[in-house]
Design a protein around this ligand. Sequence first.
Ligand code: NZQ
Ligand code: ZN
Length: 392
Amino acid sequence: MHNFEYYTPTRVVFGKGTEEKVGQLVAEQNCKKVLIHYGGGSVIRSGLLDRVKKSLDESGVSYVELGGAVPNPRLGLVYEGIELCKKEGVDFILAVGGGSAIDSGKAIGYGVVNEGDVWELYDRKRKAAGCLPIGVVLTLAATGSEMSDSSVITKEDGWIKRGYSSDYCRPKFAIMNPELTMTLPDYQTACGCTDIMMHTMERYFTNGGHMEITDSMAEALLRTVLTNAKILVKEPDNYEARAEVMWAGSLAHNGLTGCGIEGGDFASHALEHEMGGMFDVAHGAGLAAVWGSWARYVYKDCLPRFKRYARNVMGVEEEGSDEEIALKGIEAMEDFYREIHMPTSMEELGIHPTDEQLKEMARKCSIACGGKKGSAKVLKEEDMLAIYRMAL
Ligand code: NZQ
Ligand code: ZN
């Protein structure tokens, strides 16, 4: 068992109607002016943005707004947001939306506080010394960005997608009303469930130690999302299922399911980020498309974990060798992806990279990871390329 620090400063306000408290929560931050940051328009169509503005008005909070954060949010809009915040004297960012609006808001927050080009943080050239405080009204249960220390941005020049993590960007509060996720397209709901499970699986599949309470919580979280993701395929308006998934999303990526183990694997995320950067795919779907190939490539190096996963998460009961049981668990996971209409290959994802493009992604992935990635099995560039080829 490894030593650990667990830091989750985000105040969670969870349940029906909680977005009405946003004005009060922002006012408590004692800020002068707020940037309301959102995505491509779902919050306008649902009426949520108007409700948020009304609540801010009632609490006497002044604000400016900037929409347009796209999935795989772009650096160009981040620069625009930084300029706007500096011009308007913004000192608090309120992200209303999914992971992309939140991550874009976090990047703007870094850019306002830190001198120089904000991309240098994502490019590992320097570290942040602070970030504007962030608040969140969440509309998509997926990334866990509402409590996480990370932000992922795509630079248009070269289509490079990179994450940057520091405690400075952990949101001050996160408003989570599961009802707000009921307007999601089914595909995005399924992408979200995939991403949530993956954040816990990235920590679970490790050779970096063991802590029983962490592993047991991780398994419970994974079983809960498995069950409720399937319910949401048939009943997208099921409040209980929406709520289970939404809270799981935050717990999956706020550090809880990593306590006592070292680092986690995160190779599937690294591999997906290159696919997102080059082909602009939805993050969760990209993860599903590559996971099975990753798992088959690494499982022998992390066999006890894969066997335990098969038994305790996927419910595999058949007898057999450890390898056979592990493989049955991987197959069951892929069956689950099919059941919620997620892809299990790049072809099913709708992308058809050439071998040159696979090599390019493996090269970029290796550079982004400093040459190697993984804990279930340490992957180098040639391993990354082999997994990409398996995932075609
Ligand atoms: O842009 P709008 O119009 O709002 O539409 C969005 C977008 O098209 C739509 N949507 C969101 N909430 C909705 C809704 N549509 C209807 N009703 C609602 N209630 O859904 C689409 C996807 O939204 P997006 O925010 O892009 O999705 P997600 O939350 O999955 O975020 C994905 C991004 O987060 C990064 C991913 O790589 C990707 O760039 N990640 C961030 C992490 C973090 N900060 O901790 C960790 C993750 O591993 C991940 O890498
Ligand atoms: Zn993710």
